[in-house]
Write a protein that binds this ligand. Structure first.
Ligand code: AMP
Length: 609
């Protein structure tokens, strides 16, 4: 299609006039990357010229990029936490942003075990909406006919709290789904979903999932794409079907909704689908497909017109690719965007590419982006700008840590993501997501670092020492995503000689190791504990005791593969299959948490600490 002004997108012919406009926008901002960035920085600096934060660095109202780079330090969350705490406590003065802070977005990144609180302003919602509005025009270039059916997306809100100063604190997607951008979105044939808003907005995760699944089953022939935000979420939905298909089948066969669905608005939202009366044929079909032992290709069998899975499988989510391939019968997986609570960054201009080839093009209109060369391992946070590279100046093949300056008042803030430049779209660089810094274990949105795990191990070791007289010789960890939901596994090698004979009967030992599982979970961050308690999206932690000498064998294995004997360190997390298999082959016993760890929704983000 050629638009009114004759524009032809180099990405391909647009599907409609609206798409044409959006593709032109992408073309425009990615052709002028540096100008867009310079103008955007000047706008932020002008807008926030009178903030306490910028005044601390004697910027004198300058909007010059050079001045900004010379005066403003690069920071981490911990550096600005005192300012964030003041805002959370109710200080309404212009601390970080001249515009009022409308709410806090609770990041899945943590600081001292608690969620990070990202201040945001109303206007940022519109900016995020701009990025969302670019996704379908790009997708339509590769998958035709998406206006002829619906999307089955499993979307959820999470619980929210208020800070002492009265501002809401909630995840960015909860904020988005509750906003009018989502609830009152105008009809768009390319964005019709099977899930009613009421089900998405229901904070009871069981009711929400049940009704979203039921609606997906009723509309199975219309479904053209199946998705969730992250791969872990989609797997949870499939697992839910595995657990509850009989109940769902009963509802379809009798045209009556389960009594477990108590929310009146959610009940109402399915009335239209059920008003046709019992659907024996559909009930029998679902029962037949779900009743078989092998769930290979279940997605394609139940939703036969699905063209792709819309789900992020890059970064920590890559571990789910094999399971999703199995369950979906090899459907393509589209990773469409790269975003965070701090800021939405960019999109994948080739969403149907292989997951290992995904690159995100950072959109120069979203924030001011700088890049810390990754070989630069400095921990100095008062580093002055010269080391940071601008968006338009990054070099192909190099790795960088992302640093952002946002309208909401984050200035030269280290996001913690490591990205590698894989190419350019016009003058806008494209990045492969390499990894998140300091993350050892992740099942879904949880991010557990080495020090958090160490705290848990210390605590469990203490329990083993005092209760059994046993010493932990070595440990490592593993994110086991073969189970649904996935769970953390801790491999422990114990010093057996020291086992106190009187106390070491098998049952006592097993009981104490189960307590150790819980002890470790209690020491993990609040995002982990929330996922365990609130929606069960992470399974109970498992301790696997391995035979004495196993960790020495692990070292021998690493050395045989070229590791230096002098520099060898026990990896605190393993993922390489032969290593996991080696440890599993030395298994003595396995123990699971028998209880849920503590998680207090009100305390999760209310005090901002
Ligand atoms: P949060 O602050 O909880 O919203 O988490 C944001 C983080 O999730 C980012 O900084 C990344 O580390 C990760 N993330 C978001 N989108 C992607 C993606 N498309 N691929 C890989 N990791 C992602």
């Amino acid at each position: 299609m050629v638009g009114v002004d004759g524009f032809r997108s180099p990405l391909g012919p647009a599907a409609c006039v609206n798409d044409q406009k959006k593709l032109k926008f992408i073309q425009d901002i990615t052709t002028r990357t540096d100008q867009v960035q310079e103008k955007l920085l000047a706008e932020i600096l002008e807008m926030n010229a009178q903030t306490e934060y910028l005044n601390r660095f004697d910027l004198g109202g300058s909007t010059e990029r050079a001045m900004f780079k010379a005066r403003i330090p690069m920071v981490t969350y911990e550096d600005i936490q005192p300012d964030i705490q003041r805002i959370a406590n109710g200080d309404r003065s212009s601390i970080l942003s001249s515009h009022p802070i409308s709410e806090f977005l609770t990041s899945s990144g943590t600081s001292a075990g608690e969620r990070k609180l990202m201040p945001t302003i109303k206007e940022e919602l519109d900016r995020r909406q701009i990025l969302y509005s670019l996704l379908m025009p790009v997708m339509n270039l590769y998958v035709p006919g998406l206006d002829k059916g619906k999307g089955l997306y499993f979307l959820f809100v999470k619980s929210e709290t208020k800070t002492p100063g009265g501002l809401p604190a909630r995840p960015v997607l909860t904020s988005y789904y509750k906003s009018s951008h989502f609830t009152s979105r105008p009809y768009d044939p390319y964005q019709v979903y099977t899930s009613p808003n009421e089900a998405v907005l229901c904070s009871d995760s069981f009711q929400s999932m049940y009704v979203q699944m039921l609606c997906g089953l009723y509309q199975r022939r219309e479904v053209l794409r199946v998705g969730a935000v992250f791969a872990s979420g989609l797997l949870r939905a499939i697992h839910f079907l595995q657990l509850h298909w009989e109940e769902l089948v009963r509802d379809i066969a009798t045209a009556s909704l389960s009594e477990k669905i108590t929310d009146p608005s959610v009940r109402n939202s399915v009335a239209g689908l059920m008003c046709g009366g019992p659907d024996e044929e559909l009930a029998q079909f679902v029962a037949m497909e779900c009743g078989v032992e092998k769930w290979e290709g279940i997605v394609k069998r139940i939703w036969p017109n699905t063209k792709y899975l819309d789900v992020i499988v890059t970064g920590a989510m890559a571990q789910y690719i094999p399971t999703l391939e199995y369950l979906s019968g090899g459907l393509p997986m589209a990773c469409t965007m790269y975003a965070s609570s701090e800021c939405y960054f960019g999109l994948n201009l080739k969403p149907m590419c292989n997951p290992s080839e995904v690159s995100y093009t950072i959109m120069p209109n979203m924030a001011y982006f700088e890049f810390l060369p990754h070989h630069n391992t400095t921990t100095q946070t008062d580093l002055i700008g010269t080391d940071l590279v601008d968006l338009a100046d990054v070099q192909l093949g190099k790795e960088y840590e992302l640093v952002i300056t946002t309208y909401s008042g984050l200035c030269r803030y280290r996001v913690g993501d490591i990205l590698r430049v894989t190419g350019f779209h016009n003058s806008a660089p494209q990045f492969h997501f390499v990894r998140r810094k300091n993350v050892l274990l992740s099942i879904e949105s949880d991010k557990t670092d080495e020090s958090e795990l160490q705290r848990g191990i210390d605590s469990a070791s203490e329990l083993l020492r005092t209760q059994l007289g046993v010493t932990v010789v070595e440990y490592t960890s593993y994110a086991d995503t073969k189970t649904i939901p996935g769970h953390y596994v801790i491999y422990l090698e114990l010093l057996e000689e020291k086992i106190d004979e009187r106390k070491s009967s098998r049952t006592v030992m097993a009981e104490i190791l189960e307590k150790c599982c819980l002890e470790i979970e209690e020491k993990l961050n609040s995002v982990y504990r929330q996922s365990r308690v609130e929606n069960g999206s992470i399974g109970g932690l498992e301790i696997r005791i391995v035979r004495s000498g196993s960790f020495e064998e692990l070292m021998d294995y690493a050395i045989s593969r070229g590791a230096s004997i002098n520099q060898y360190k026990v990896p605190r997390c393993v993922s390489f299959t032969p290593i996991v298999e080696l440890l599993d082959s030395r298994l003595v016993s396995s123990h699971f948490s028998q209880h849920l760890p503590t998680w207090n929704p009100a305390g999760a983000s209310a005090d901002g600490s």
